[in-house]
Write a protein that binds this ligand. Structure first.
Ligand code: NAD
Ligand code: DAU
Length: 332
């Protein structure tokens, strides 16, 4: 049995990964999470106590991290400040967690020769034109737009340097936009679903022509597990499920699925520096490691996500008012 350390395991994608690992493997999981505004202990409720240890702490705490690395076989690093809109408001926590936090983990991986998988984003590649036939590949040049994506790009480059200079056993994956249960209501899809539940009109930035390449969080988890088991040290793998949709279409789908007129939304102030389009070519992961996504039907995945937010109001309600007050202050 392998001992896995998962940083950020109380966040959206990290908690989905912990559920996936416990359901599909024999591994023991230790979660290291600072429980920032984005972390929620309740996202790990119901999991067997003998399979999961929760450590409340910060990835920039070198002493704590060192002790945990001494006692683990592999680390999957999800912990991050993850929201673009917050990074435009106050970039500093993004530098601390995404850069210094990743550096702290790399130094511990180096000392203890522990396998590390670094979770990153397609946003490091910047954006594409709407009519560009190309998609991002592992060799697309880095060109991040926001404070968030630039700190993620920086963290990726640190990982590459620690592999090359110090022989750290690391891999990197860059994934597109995730949707599914346990996503914070600040993000696009859960914000609009919970708006409709609360009787608030959904809010679309600008004209809503921006395209995101949606993947279900459980498909992201299966891809990460595949890379952890079969990935080659030092390699980067792009994760995507051919899910390109413009934001306007996604809002219309949510409204229709929730029994509202498809045009019952508001256009609001656009995001500064708003990336136009992301699109992932995940051929390397599929061809070399044999991974394939299971959630090919976006509308079905969206319907089950809507149902999850209907069934779990107690999970998201405590954050909703503060999130809407933050956006209202920005005209969004
Ligand atoms: P999230 O904001 O929902 O969760 C982040 C988690 O990290 C929270 O539990 C938080 O408490 C924890 N955390 C933050 N700072 C910490 C620190 N200093 N020490 C310990 N824990 C800390 O984020 P998410 O959407 O689940 O994203 C997880 C990872 O996946 C991030 O690295 C992000 O860049 C990457 N990613 C996200 C997406 C997406 O669509 N959400 C897509 C591709 C990649
Ligand atoms: O591509 C991967 C990235 O996806 C991850 O690295 C990030 O951590 C994750 O947050 C996500 O970034 P985005 O900025 O694409 O996600 P967000 O949910 O904030 O917004 C998705 C799109 O919806 C984007 O074009 C902005 C738009 N939007 C967002 C909100 C919150 C709206 O139109 N209205 C909104 O209310």
């Amino acid at each position: 049995m392998t001992r896995l350390l998962v940083t950020g395991g109380a966040g959206f994608i990290g908690s989905n990964f912990v559920h996936h690992v416990i359901e599909n493997t024999e591994h023991h999981v230790t979660v290291l999470d600072a429980l920032t505004y984005a972390g929620n202990r309740r996202s790990l409720e119901g999991l067997p106590e003998d399979r999961l240890t929760f450590v409340h702490g910060d990835i920039t705490d070198a002493g704590l991290v060192d002790g945990l690395f001494a006692d683990t076989d592999a680390v999957v690093h999800y912990a991050a400040e993850s929201h673009n809109d917050n990074s435009l408001n106050d970039p500093r926590p993004f530098l601390d967690t995404n850069i210094i936090g990743t550096y702290t983990l790399l130094e511990a991986a180096r000392r203890h020769d522990v396998r590390l998988h670094h979770i990153s984003t397609d946003e490091v590649y910047g954006d594409l034109e709407l009519d560009d036939p190309e998609r991002f590949t592992e060799s697309t040049p880095y060109n991040p737009s926001s404070p968030y994506s630039s700190t993620k790009a920086g963290s990726d480059l640190l990982v590459r340097a620690w592999v090359r200079s110090f022989g750290v056993q690391a891999t990197i994956s860059n994934c597109s936009n995730n949707y599914g249960p346990y996503q914070h209501v600040e993000k696009f899809i859960p914000r609009q679903i919970t708006n409709v539940i609360r009787g608030i009109r959904p809010k679309l930035y600008g004209a809503g022509h921006n395209v995101r390449d949606w993947i279900h969080a459980d498909d992201h988890s299966s891809a990460v597990l595949t890379i952890l088991e079969k990935g080659a040290i030092g390699e980067t793998y792009l994760i995507g499920a051919d899910g390109e949709k413009d934001n306007k279409s996604v809002v219309e789908l949510i409204l229709t699925e929730m029994g509202q007129p498809a045009d019952a939304y508001d256009h609001v102030t656009d995001r500064a520096g708003h990336d136009l389009r992301y699109a992932i070519d995940s051929s390397k992961l599929r061809d070399e490691l044999g991974w394939a996504p299971q959630f090919s039907d976006f509308e079905a995945g969206l319907a089950s996500t809507i149902q999850w937010y209907r069934d779990n109001e107690a999970w998201w309600a405590p954050s909703k008012d503060a999130v809407e007050a933050f956006y209202a202050g920005k005209g969004q």
